[in-house]
Design a protein around this ligand. Structure first.
Ligand code: RAM
Length: 347
């Protein structure tokens, strides 16, 4: 009988289940003395945003004993829809208990994720979800409730613009599930509240989470729309690039800026007034929570089913929502001149 790739993976899955003592989906208790294998695949390995999540993984691994874990942070240099596939496949080959992926597309990884789960790895979407493809993952680790992102960003832009004027969005990649959810959230909030009636969204451009492309796109916005009054950049790679353009062109105060960013890269721009306020959550918490989740799965037989909960060290009891999402925090944090110095050294 000729073995198909699927059958081979299935057999591997059964073997793994025997080794790890777990049922379908795998990732159950590691044999005594075995290290728990965790791989985190960010959107790309160049964007410093994801290093902040990596910090959290390492912190929890330190707490739970480095000798108990084999942890790898790896991924593609570019954030293309299918660029992460080979890294997921390699993690499966290495019999990884839990693979965390910050997916670059909402469905392009489905087949690979299915194969990985059949082979025995737990699959978690990290820092976001894959809308419409939720059945292809075990759970999603969310940095905050995404319902709150669009409304908060439009409000921060509104406050800076006195609720009046043309603004644009500078996003990351065109396919990014998280970015597209937030852009829709911004559009819905804009249309849904008469408070924002004087604000016009004139364009959405994409800097691909790359500083150079973000800079070029920001320059192009300013050239194309001489009346532009503000930019929302919900990308940690994009917002400092936008700020730098405004600072260099001496447009501080004339073109307003908000979005999502790391306090460490935005500190100088908050200090000089280029960006009055922006938002984020706590990326290290996500990696930290992830390790406690895998530890509960492997060592306590925990199944991250909707409605269930587990203990995540300093984060306390964490529950799984009805849609399989695990919220690290509910609300976002707003950073401005009053608190930027406190958070900039952290992430
Ligand atoms: C970017 C990435 C990431 C997002 C952060 C805020 O660097 O697109 O997915 O969560 O910004």
């Amino acid at each position: 009988m000729k073995l198909t790739k699927r059958m081979v993976l299935l057999l591997c899955g059964i073997t793994l289940a025997m080794v790890f003592g777990c049922g379908g989906g795998g990732g159950g208790s590691a044999a005594s003395g075995e290290k728990i294998k965790i791989v985190y695949i960010p959107k790309d390995t160049v964007n410093p945003y994801f290093y902040a999540i990596d910090v959290g993984f390492k912190e929890a691994i330190d707490e739970l004993g480095q000798e108990n874990f084999e942890y790898l942070y790896t991924g593609p240099a570019t954030a293309g829809p299918t660029d992460q596939i080979e890294y997921i496949e390699a993690a499966v080959q290495n019999k990884t208990n839990a693979i965390f992926v910050s997916a670059n597309h909402d469905s392009a990884l489905n087949r690979t994720l299915d194969d990985a789960r059949e082979a025995g790895s737990k699959i978690f979407i990290m820092n976001q979800d894959i809308p419409g493809s939720e059945t292809h993952r075990d759970a999603a680790i969310m940095p905050a409730s995404f319902d709150n992102v669009g409304p908060l960003l439009i409000e921060l832009m509104g406050q800076q613009l006195d609720y009046e004027g043309d603004f644009a969005i500078l996003s990351a990649t065109t396919d990014a599930p998280d970015q597209n959810t937030w852009i829709q959230g911004i559009k819905d909030a804009l249309a849904g509240d008469s408070k924002y009636a004087g604000m016009n969204l004139i364009d959405v451009v994409y800097g691909d989470d790359q500083p150079e492309k973000s800079t070029t796109e920001m320059e192009a916005l300013l050239t194309k729309y001489p009346n532009i009054k503000g930019v929302i950049a919900p990308t940690a790679a994009g917002i400092p690039a936008c700020a730098k353009v405004l600072q260099t062109r001496r447009l501080t105060g004339q073109v307003k800026l908000t979005g999502l960013g790391l306090p460490s890269t935005m500190q100088e721009f908050v200090k000089d007034g280029t960006c009055e306020s922006f938002a984020l959550w706590n990326p290290p918490y996500e990696g930290y929570l992830a390790v406690y989740l895998v530890d509960a799965i492997v060592n306590q037989g925990y199944v991250p089913a909707p409605g269930s909960s587990f203990q995540a060290g300093k984060l306390g009891t964490v529950s799984v929502e009805s849609d399989g999402q695990i919220l690290t925090l509910k609300d976002l944090m707003v950073y401005d001149a009053s608190n930027i110095d406190e958070y900039a050294p952290l992430f």
